[in-house]
Design a protein around this ligand. Structure first.
Ligand SMILES: [Fe+2]
Length: 189
């Protein structure tokens, strides 16, 4: 059997078609999920060595590979340094993440406070999933997760968002200090 060839231009066109067809976020997530898996398993069509570079201070590297002029349908390759990760955060939009190279541990959280104190946030862990090659994590808007690379190698995953995450006003959360602050990531390139 020939290897699948599914370049990012085709993935982006398919995601755009799904977003035009469905308003319901659950429908969007269920249709984008298999596309993300297909692209993750077709890395020869799009993955470049430079996408493994990461910001040492941040702990991961964010490489934009597609977005529409209005920042929708944003697709990134994200590399994760060994024993580094991202704190609990939301995205301000739907998110679909597929493992491309190496496993990444996701932990999922829900808000446990009543959201009446600005900047204050209490979280409770509600699950976890190790996202290996070809595995997909689909997150509705508002879902909170953290990501950690527990391995000794750089890992890489493909991230598809309804909108570029630096334009959604999303948040990160500190479990110790119980605070919510803006989460803007540094981009590679
Ligand atoms: Fe995330």
């Amino acid at each position: 059997m020939e290897a699948d060839h599914y370049p990012i231009s085709e993935l982006a066109a398919d995601v755009k078609r799904v977003c035009a067809q469905f308003d319901d976020e659950r429908q969007i997530l269920s249709h984008v999920r298999p596309l993300a898996r297909r692209a993750a398993l077709s890395k020869a069509a799009w993955l470049a060595d430079r996408m493994y570079s990461a910001d040492a201070e941040q702990g991961f590297g964010v490489h934009l590979i597609h977005e529409e002029p209005d920042h929708t349908v944003a697709i990134f390759a994200v590399s994760w340094l060994p024993n580094r990760g991202a704190p609990p955060h939301n995205h301000g939009t739907w998110a679909v993440v597929a493992g491309v190279d190496g496993p990444e541990k996701n932990e999922f959280f829900e808000r446990a406070d009543d959201r009446t104190r600005p900047g204050h946030a209490e979280l409770k862990k509600v699950g976890e999933k190790v996202c290996g090659v070809g595995d997909v994590v689909a997150l509705p808007r508002g879902m909170i997760h953290s990501v950690w690379n527990e391995t000794a190698e750089v890992t890489l995953s493909l991230h598809i968002y309804g909108k570029h995450i630096n334009y959604t006003g999303r948040s990160q959360f500190d479990l110790q200090t119980q605070t919510e602050t803006p989460f803007v990531v540094k981009m590679q390139n």
